[in-house]
Design a protein around this ligand. Structure first.
Ligand code: ATP
Ligand code: MG
Length: 376
């Protein structure tokens, strides 16, 4: 049987997208999109999910929808090839969530390591919104509604994909083969699985305020790079430095290519290249004698090279905001059609399809016919 390849990913509109999104997911989405080795591709702006921890600040969520959409388009997501939609425009996703909720236990949700971490980050303490606690289930709805089997994500999403797989297996066992089991696809470069923050925190995240945003100006990027956390014990240039776990070097591992070394470490007079690759740069830093400033300056050049074309495209798109909204509305209509079909299939599998269930109606007719016959 031909198994179609359907890609689904998404982001919460809680802020503009940042370098973590770029290496964790966006690069891969664009690459997959252009490879055309798929049948359908969907990108969800998860505005409904973002309300689970922003119920008192819906305006923030609404305002960021356009930011995220602009970020997608400026990174090269092509709405002709890829359906970009708004989660809140597809109410069928809530119906699916409702049925899946019965297939998951509370303790299973409480064991989810990403949820545990996010509860701490968001400072919920004992006031965890139920909707927040159950968002892994709603993510299962998002994925299965589109029969998606390929999910390009950062590694914080692995527990969510695992939860989805469990729901799919339980559903199919109870109600027959209905849903498609998805696979997470992580970036090839392991440094991209979870990009740290500029402050050295384990994850660059909108909620932590430690991000370099794709839409940041040239000056902002430079300022953030120059202020980045590095090896705190590397005080003097001559001191030996640590590159492992050092965010500046992690960013270089994620973003720099050999061409950058040849471009920026070439002596214009002699033509000699000071460092041919990241290993040589790292070795010098570890030995001592290489200052943070020099490494940060290089990182800044690398990032500017990557971000400049994205920034320029964004600038053009910003001149036509109504068209960007139209892209979202057209995408949402298309996504909703597909989710409606899946919901029908799911409800039929469960057996909650009264309108087409002639058998059920006949059964009830017979039951009452028999009852009345006995009475007569
Ligand atoms: P929030 O703080 O609101 O949760 P976020 O920065 O975590 O925002 P999300 O919208 O939750 O961003 O994540 C969208 C996608 O980007 C997910 O696939 C996630 O794994 C990936 N991602 C987010 N941050 C990073 C990061 N620092 N490194 C790699 N991937 C990331
Ligand atoms: Mg997140």
């Amino acid at each position: 049987m031909y198994m179609s390849n359907i890609i689904l990913t998404g982001d919460r509109p809680t802020g503009r997208l940042h370098l973590g999104h770029l290496v964790g997911s966006l690069f891969q989405r664009v690459q997959l999109q252009d490879s055309e080795s798929y049948d359908e591709m969907y990108i969800e702006i998860a505005d409904a999910q973002a309300t689970t921890d922003n119920s008192g600040n819906i305006k923030k969520v609404k305002d960021n929808v356009i930011e995220v959409a602009l970020d997608y388009l400026s990174c090269g997501i092509n709405p002709e090839k890829c359906t970009i939609f708004l989660q809140s425009e597809v109410p069928e996703l809530s119906d699916l969530t409702f049925y899946y909720m019965n297939l998951v236990t509370l303790s299973r949700l409480q064991r989810n390591p990403t949820i545990k971490q996010e509860i701490v980050f968001r400072n919920f303490k004992n006031s965890i919104p139920v909707g927040f606690m159950t968002y892994p289930i709603s993510q299962a709805a998002d994925i299965t509604a589109f029969d998606a089997n390929i999910i390009p994500v950062g590694d914080d999403q692995l527990p969510m994909i695992e939860q989805t797989r469990e729901i799919v297996r339980t559903f199919n066992r109870l109600y027959g083969e209905t849903l498609v089991e998805p696979n997470a696809v992580l970036p090839e470069n392991t440094f991209c699985h979870r990009l740290p923050g500029t402050d050295g925190e384990a994850k660059m995240s909108k909620s932590l305020g430690n991000c370099i945003y794709l839409a940041d100006s040239e000056e902002e990027v430079k300022k953030k790079v120059m202020g980045m956390f590095t090896d705190p014990n590397h005080l003097k240039v001559d001191d030996p430095g640590v590159t492992e776990g050092n965010p500046v070097f992690i960013y270089l591992s994620a973003f720099s290519k050999e061409e950058h070394f040849h471009k920026y470490f070439k002596n214009s007079e002699t033509g000699e290249v000071e460092y041919n690759n990241l290993d040589e740069l790292k070795a010098h830093y570890e030995r001592g004698g290489l200052g943070d400033m020099k490494v940060k300056k290089f990182l800044n050049y690398v990032l500017q090279d990557i971000l400049a074309p994205i920034r320029a495209r964004r600038h053009e798109l910003e001149k036509n905001i109504p068209e960007v909204y139209q892209i979202l509305f057209r995408g949402s209509d298309k996504a909703r059609k597909k989710a409606q079909e899946t919901l029908e299939r799911v409800k039929t599998a469960i057996g909650l399809n009264y309108r087409n269930d002639i058998e059920l109606i006949n059964e009830q007719v017979e039951k009452y016919a028999l009852l009345h016959k006995e009475e007569n």
